[in-house]
Design a protein around this ligand. Structure first.
Ligand code: C2E
Ligand code: MG
Ligand code: MG
Length: 523
């Protein structure tokens, strides 16, 4: 508990630094979160790009097959005008084919782009012939330009692929590579785009996602075709593209973290209600006890002491007991103070009480205790193992707290039956009637210090004092005089016909337990 409070105080002192740190932490978390979100969204974008790339490769392949199938249906005479028109129509309708040609006896006789070739062009031997009879020229020269393209032939027709068939797929920040792979011969035949992975990766023909640290990649290879596609995205570029989002998120985190911890500090520093602070003080044993000696005014011998509670909160303010006790009474939690004081008195003053069997310590209780089963339970538990006689713990009730006779009379009887002497505190301030005093049947009245103060002043109040003392004798009540501050007041009550006890500053201020022990030894 103590170390917890120390930590809270330390946090309080360095509030600004703590807020700054919390802001930085939240900012860093914000950046990390935004990077994760960015990476996840970049990865989803890359998947979409890879799908487009694969779809393009398959479309080119499908278009090639269809064009060749259509071109192999010769219209009339090979390279006649209707045949040439037929070839041109096929080329015109295809998106990724540059030229469609008619081949007879190993020679190109005409094509959609070149028209009739005279003499026919002798075709070099193919680079590869597939199992299903397609001949492939991987870098066929285009007759009208110096560009090279993939050419495919089957039977009497051949097509030349558009060398820029993939070019429109260049979309920053993505990069691509499409490769023709012959896994049987273990060769990459030809590729388009950038070289993004090593040949061995392509030859393995596996569908994989790769994170190289610099790049995210998706590699897919079509099952029945030779084609593999590689889509890539640079991490750095993806992050740079979203840097506003990432650092914006970080800044937001910083502001939010700092702001929330600042609000936390303000809330924490906002004064909490007295009763809430009192509850905490009770739980963490922050309340202490002092003891004010009560002496026999004739002999000066100490006969008892009153336990008085003290509370210094952790800002160092002493809060007067009558203030917090009445706040707790209004709040219905004053019983917790009584329980606390009873337990602590027995614990602290136990040795002195066991050494002096005639000594009494009085505890102030409140009206609510009288009808609170917990109060009786606390008395029960505390005394059983303490070795202290119940007669040694007196209970002080103010006149105000015995205002309800239906509760007070039986409760006082019950406490007295248990063995506790009962004191009526601040007597005279509540003007209880004589008859009522008789019914209450307490052991002692504590004459309020208002009467003590009037002694020697000639005020009217002092004239009531002898009557009160007389009444006390008549009812068999003992008297403790409160608030004796002067020698005049002391000698007045010391020479009164009643054998009075008294407490007050002229005798002693409330003392710590150790000083009470010394006081007892001296008196
Ligand atoms: P109280 O029970 O009448 O206690 C006597 C009060 O008078 C104490 O004030 C004491 O310090 C003060 N006093 C003693 N001698 C003199 C004196 O010569 N001159 C003057 N002017 N004052 C003197 P304290 O300790 O401030 O307590 C005030 C009241 O708070 C108590 O009045 C009592 O009603 C309540 N209180 C104190 N401790 C407890 C407690 O443990 N439980 C409950 N329920 N109430 C308590
Ligand atoms: Mg008292
Ligand atoms: Mg009093």
């Amino acid at each position: 508990m103590k170390s917890m409070e120390r930590a809270v105080r330390l946090l309080d002192r360095y509030a600004i630094l703590v807020c700054l740190f919390a802001g930085l932490l939240a900012g860093a978390l914000g950046v990390a979160g935004a990077r994760t979100i960015t990476l996840a969204s970049a990865s989803a974008d890359l998947d979409r790009y890879a799908t487009t790339l694969r779809a393009r490769a398959e479309a080119i392949n499908g278009e090639t097959e269809n064009a060749l199938a259509a071109a192999n249906l010769v219209k009339g005479i090979a390279c006649g005008s209707s045949d040439l028109g037929h070839l041109r129509k096929i080329a015109f309708n295809a998106r990724y084919i540059k030229d469609v040609g008619r081949i007879t006896d190993g020679k190109l006789g005409c094509s959609s782009l070149l028209g009739i070739l005279s003499p026919p062009f002798a075709i070099p031997p193919p680079d590869l012939t597939t199992g299903d009879g397609y001949q492939l020229w991987l870098q066929a020269g285009m007759l009208l330009t110096d560009k090279r393209a993939l050419a495919v032939r089957t039977r009497n027709a051949g097509v030349m692929m558009d060398p820029s068939a993939y070019l429109d797929l260049v979309q920053q920040p993505f990069r691509y590579s499409v490769a023709l792979v012959n896994s049987q011969s273990g060769r990459v035949l030809r590729s388009w785009g950038e070289r993004l992975v090593g040949d061995s990766v392509l030859i393995a023909r596996k569908d994989v996602s790769v994170d190289t640290g610099d790049d995210l990649m998706r590699i897919t290879c079509s099952k029945d075709l030779f084609i593999c596609t590689v889509a890539a995205l640079s991490r750095g570029e993806a992050m740079a593209e979203h840097s506003v989002f990432i650092y914006g998120f970080g800044a937001l985190g910083f502001l939010l973290g700092g702001l929330l911890s600042w609000i936390g500090f303000l809330l924490h520093r906002r004064p909490k209600p007295l009763t809430a602070r009192l509850k905490h003080a009770l739980q963490s044993n922050q309340l202490t006890l002092v003891f004010q000696p009560i002496v026999d005014l004739r002999s000066g011998r100490m006969v008892s002491a009153e336990a008085l509670v003290r509370w210094v909160d952790h800002e160092g303010h002493a809060i007067p007991p009558d203030v917090f006790v009445s706040a707790a009474e209004e709040n219905g939690t004053a019983g917790e103070i009584t329980a606390y004081v009873v337990r602590h008195v027995v614990h602290i003053a136990g040795p002195l009480l066991r050494d002096h069997r005639e000594l009494v310590i009085t505890v102030n209780i409140v009206a609510a205790d009288l009808s609170d089963p917990n109060f009786y339970a606390v008395l029960e538990q505390t005394f059983d193992a303490s070795g202290i006689a119940r007669e040694q713990i007196g209970l002080e009730l103010t006149e105000r707290s015995v205002a309800r006779p239906d509760i007070a009379v039986s409760a006082i009887a019950r406490l007295r039956a248990l063995g506790h002497p009962v004191y009526l505190d601040d007597f005279g301030t509540g003007y209880s009637s004589l008859a009522y005093l008789q019914d209450l049947n307490v052991d002692v009245i504590k004459l309020d210090r208002a009467f003590t103060n009037s002694v020697g002043t000639g005020s009217v109040t002092v004239s009531i004092v002898p009557q009160i003392l007389e009444m006390a004798t008549a009812l068999g009540l003992r008297v403790v005089v409160e608030g004796i501050e002067t020698d005049t007041q002391y000698s007045y009550f010391a020479s009164a016909p009643n054998h009075c006890h008294g407490q007050g500053w002229v005798i002693s201020r409330p003392l710590s337990y150790d000083r009470l022990v010394s006081f007892k030894a001296e008196h």
